[in-house]
Design a protein around this ligand. Structure first.
Ligand SMILES: Cc1cc2nc3c(=O)[nH]c(=O)nc-3n(C[C@H](O)[C@H](O)[C@H](O)COP(=O)(O)OP(=O)(O)OC[C@H]3O[C@@H](n4cnc5c(N)ncnc54)[C@H](O)[C@@H]3O)c2cc1C
Ligand code: SF4
Length: 333
């Protein structure tokens, strides 16, 4: 690891005043320190924001929920209000990584973690995302990579939290000294690699992600998240599903089907959602939605298994959200 200076900040103003000249923010440090230890990132100055207490906590308002960016994944997962009304988010945070990591990792950092593509994470490979014109995954080891919407970079969206927040139509608050505060919807936050291969999101270098806002779910909403992987725990998803169902009695008025490990940016499957809207939730409609979610899939040489795994993840998570199935013991988390 390279040597670096560390500025410990206890207020947003102090952190923002330090956020210049290539300084990098450290929240829980789980992702950032990994990148520094790998040698892919060599910042010379870190700003430790972990002790800014005003950026921590969960507030329920009549409009919905505001979560401070430094609230840990464990705190989100264990919050009774999140568990009862925003279950997709408590599931996603509670199944990410490991108990130790969830106690350290923050929700803001989870949304901002970088790609897990092993070529990207190695200092020995310089690919499209690092300013070159080549992707090693198309002809290399691509079993964990994307099966749809990938353009020039099939690395997948790594954040379970982002899948849940996309399903909940959430937004993030970004704060800078120059521009003050602005709010960006999660659906607009991440940049597709074809739009800009060198940036992952629209947040500027002088901005802090300060909070996450989630609108109150409509009456009759039920939701759930499940992820499936190679290991039972300690790993990112190979397929995941964030499901939100707005129910009118036994009919599904509106459905949201969000996926992370299918594509470089978290996505909604409009085809799967259409397969549920206006219908009762049954094993048949859930199965049809799972199949519809694979519309347009173009698996790579080593990941055709995902075309079978995603429909199962979506089918089982729809039934879990609807209260017709228990949490799948073969799901990871
Ligand atoms: C074994 C393992 C398994 C994992 N499995 C999963 C999984 O299943 N699902 C999942 O979602 N994640 C998983 N993770 C990733 C883990 O959840 C993230 O690394 C963690 O949430 C990052 O949060 P952090 O607070 O430590 O961020 P940091 O490492 O501190 O920061 C991450 C990035 O965001 C920037 N940053 C952080 N906070 C802010 C802020 N408020 N404003 C501006 N910039 C900021 C930092 O500069 C850095 O670039 C796994 C990690 C490991 C090691
Ligand atoms: S998948 Fe993306 S991050 Fe991985 S080698 Fe290809 S361009 Fe780089």
């Amino acid at each position: 690891m390279n040597s670096f200076a560390l500025a410990d900040c206890s207020t947003v103003e102090a952190a923002l005043s330090q956020l210049k000249d290539g300084a990098v923010v450290k929240a829980g440090g789980v992702d950032l320190l990994d990148r520094m230890k790998n040698g892919t990132d060599t910042p010379t100055r870190l700003i430790n924001i972990r002790n800014i207490s005003e950026l921590r906590g969960i507030q329920s308002t009549p409009e919905g929920l505001t979560i401070g960016a430094l609230t840990t994944l464990a705190e989100v997962a264990d919050d009774p209000g999140v568990r009862s009304q925003y279950t997709v988010l408590s599931d996603a945070c509670g199944q990410a990584a490991t108990p130790h990591i969830r106690n350290m990792a923050t929700l803001g950092g989870n949304l901002l973690q970088q790609l897990q593509c092993w070529y990207y994470r190695s200092p020995d490979f310089q690919c499209l995302r690092k300013g070159k014109e080549i992707c090693f995954a198309f002809s290399g080891l691509n079993q964990y990579h994307a099966i749809m919407d990938y353009g020039g970079c099939p690395s997948v969206a790594p954040s379970s939290g982002a899948v849940a927040l996309l399903a909940l139509d959430a937004s993030v608050e970004l704060t800078s000294t120059a521009k003050g505060k602005r709010t960006v919807a999660i659906r607009d936050f991440y940049l597709h690699p074809d739009a800009n291969p060198h940036r992952f999101h629209v947040m500027a270098a002088d901005e802090l992600l300060t909070s996450i806002h989630i609108p109150k779910p409509a009456p009759g909403t039920r939701s759930a998240y499940q992820k499936y992987g190679e290991k039972e725990s300690h790993d990112w998803a190979n397929a995941d599903a964030g499901i939100l169902l707005e129910m009118d009695g036994s009919l599904c008025r509106r459905a949201v089907v969000a996926m992370g490990a299918a594509s470089p940016v978290v996505r909604r499957s409009r085809e799967a959602e259409a397969a549920l809207a206006g219908k009762p939730i049954t094993p048949e409609t859930a199965r049809a939605a799972g199949q519809a979610s694979m519309t347009g899939a173009m698996p790579l040489s080593m990941n055709a298994y995902k075309v079978q795994l995603f429909p199962v993840a979506i089918y089982r998570t729809i039934l879990l959200a609807a209260g017709q199935m228990d949490r799948d013991p073969s799901a990871a988390g």
